[in-house]
Design a protein around this ligand. Sequence first.
Ligand code: ASP
Length: 307
Amino acid sequence: MFALAIHGGAGTIARASLTPDDERQYRAALTAALALGHDLLRDGGAALDAVEAAVRSLEDCPLFNAGRGAVFTHDGHHELDAAVMTGHNRLAGAVAGARQMQNPIRAARLVMERTDHVLLGYPGADDLAREHGLPLQPAEYFFTQKRYDQLQDARASGRMQLDHAADPNWKKGTVGAVARDVHGHLAAATSTGGMTNKRYSRIGDTPLIGAGTWADTRCAISCTGNGEYFIRAVAAYDVACLLEYKNLTLEEACRVVVHDKLAPVGGEGGLIAVDAAGHVTLPFNSEGMYRASQIAGGEAMVAIYKE
Ligand code: ASP
């Protein structure tokens, strides 16, 4: 048995704000990323490879706030955060503030597999990617007009802005994947450009192990939302704690974190989770979350809005 879930960010994604064509594009991108991971898992591949493949495909898609299409910092740069973690051996790798790498998730995996460290910041993270021959890109590669327009709006309002906020243009997001493979191993991966108009060198929850990304032998979690809240809630690890110490089901644990803990203090967003038995849940407290999942032998589920 295997299971996979992916997300493309959570936020104020109102039905009225997406044209049928937008919606079709998002669904197609999610479906393609899910299929990549699904096929790897179906063929006996590792959860780690599946989550990396799914996240890479979403990083390469300019619709999402990760890799190409990442949001702008206040001073007009892109600073990319990503993390990956495997549950059975509790290994983790992450990069923060990276500026040139095409696929931050690949660099996060390099940190995990080729260094003694867990988290590398800029410029060392980009140097590591270069040393290992990962593709680097000039600043123009990450530029998209819509993101640039978002930055102008956010600057004018003086706020740091969740990528998918009320403005209809702000509707795309951070990406992530969680998987359980046929060997029973769990893995999680998350990648983001962070929040529009963030101060330079701001680091969100995504690359912080336990905050935005977590995997152990019980569950794998990838979060999306207003990172500062997820950091203070240690949100991803809190799900694992509720499973371990309170014996909650995956669904109950995720509901507690997303709806009872994050929502009341303003922590808008959601997460995707899979457990050792292959249960999958994708809760969010925002208006929508780009998401998809598939369990061995089952149909692909792709959704955007609240059901
Ligand atoms: N969690 C990300 C961050 O705060 C943003 C997002 O999920 O859209 O950097």
